[in-house]
Design a protein around this ligand. Sequence first.
Ligand SMILES: [Zn+2]
Length: 151
Amino acid sequence: MYCIHCRAELSESDAFCVSCGKPQGQALPAQQPQMQQPMQGQPYAQQPYYPPINSVPTNGMAIAGMVLGILSLPMCIYLVPAVVGLILSIVGFVKSNKHPNKPGKGFAIAGLIMSIISLVIFIVVVVACSMALYSELGSIGSTYPGYYDYL
Ligand SMILES: [Zn+2]
């Protein structure tokens, strides 16, 4: 049988197209597409409408998540790229898991990991800064006992 969407060749047991990933709920006879789009005498099998190699779907969310994850590493103190990258990576990951081909799953995981690293760095930096600030204020108070009297 052939995919009802992209006409890639499938085995009878395939519930989803291995090429475009769409469900084969109502499998049509292979002859029907030929009647819908007559090819002027040329056998349809020699002119695939979508080449199967090029019809692997992309996962924009996963790629955007990975790009933001990479960008969030040098910009981790701004927090926003890491959070957005994390959200996009999760959405991309869920999206790829629903698809039989798992497109962009590696991108999504990479984006997820880098976003989490950025968030961890952010938390460490914030904690370290607030501790440094706290001890700085404490040392000013102890080193110059009368410091606050002049303010
Ligand atoms: Zn297909």
